[in-house]
Design a protein around this ligand. Structure first.
Ligand SMILES: [Zn+2]
Length: 222
């Protein structure tokens, strides 16, 4: 089942989710006159959220007994779904929208197979952020304690992303990537310079084992 990928209100960019949601609202209201106008309009108009659709959302909310905010959000979507207003076409439009905003995956130098699938998106965020590939799988990789690291299993549960100059946390590009990665539920920890983010509610804090001034290390939840 679909869920709306964003809250639709006046001012948001147009998209297929707008068209699908509008279709469901018109079906729900059984509004023949506006339905005809909706279908006579160009896709570019159908995919735009504006004053007319704000009104439509208010009328739907009133009918569903919801607060009339004039936005298309989760509460209104739930009511429309319960009423069977989302047909196949509306669902397909929402699917296509969701697909269109999916980030493009970047393949690691050692191949997708070298990195656990749960980490592909996080890795791609780092590469799209301008960092280089310093490796995924490495059978010889050890933790400071001497124990095998998350790089040493296949597929690896870790990746290293390089940057230059090797100024650790002070490198703005690297810091931006590290901050984007810290907080992601599929990650166990992220290290940059003298800071580490851990998936235990502590957030970013001091890291004293060194060795991360030219790369961001990310380990996944195993
Ligand atoms: Zn590493």
């Amino acid at each position: 089942m679909n869920t709306l990928t964003r809250t639709l209100k006046e001012g948001v960019p147009a998209g297929k989710d707008v068209e699908g949601f509008s279709r469901a609202m018109l079906r729900y209201l059984d509004d023949g006159k506006n339905w005809t106008a909706f279908y006579a309009s160009l896709p570019v108009v159908r995919r735009r959220w504006g004053a007319a659709k704000v009104e439509l959302a208010k009328r739907c909310a009133l009918k569903a007994g919801l607060p009339q905010y004039g936005v298309g959000g989760p509460a209104l979507e739930k009511a429309l779904r319960a009423a069977g207003a989302f047909d196949l076409r509306a669902n397909r439009l929402l699917d296509e929208y969701a697909e269109s905003i999916k980030p493009t995956l970047v393949e690691p130098d050692q191949g997708f197979a070298s990195l656990h699938q749960s980490l592909w998106e996080a890795y791609s965020i780092g590469r799209r952020g301008g960092l280089s590939d310093l490796g995924t799988f490495n059978p010889d990789s050890r933790l400071p304690s001497g124990r095998p690291s998350d790089h040493s299993v296949y597929p690896a549960y870790a990746f290293d992303l390089g940057f230059d100059p090797d100024t650790g946390w002070a490198n703005e590009q690297a810091r931006r990537v590290a901050l984007a990665l810290g907080g992601r539920p599929e990650l166990e920890y992220v290290i940059l310079g003298n800071r580490i983010w851990t998936n235990d509610g502590r957030g970013w804090h001091a890291y004293t084992s060194g060795g991360h001034f030219n790369h961001v290390h990310a380990s996944g939840v195993r």
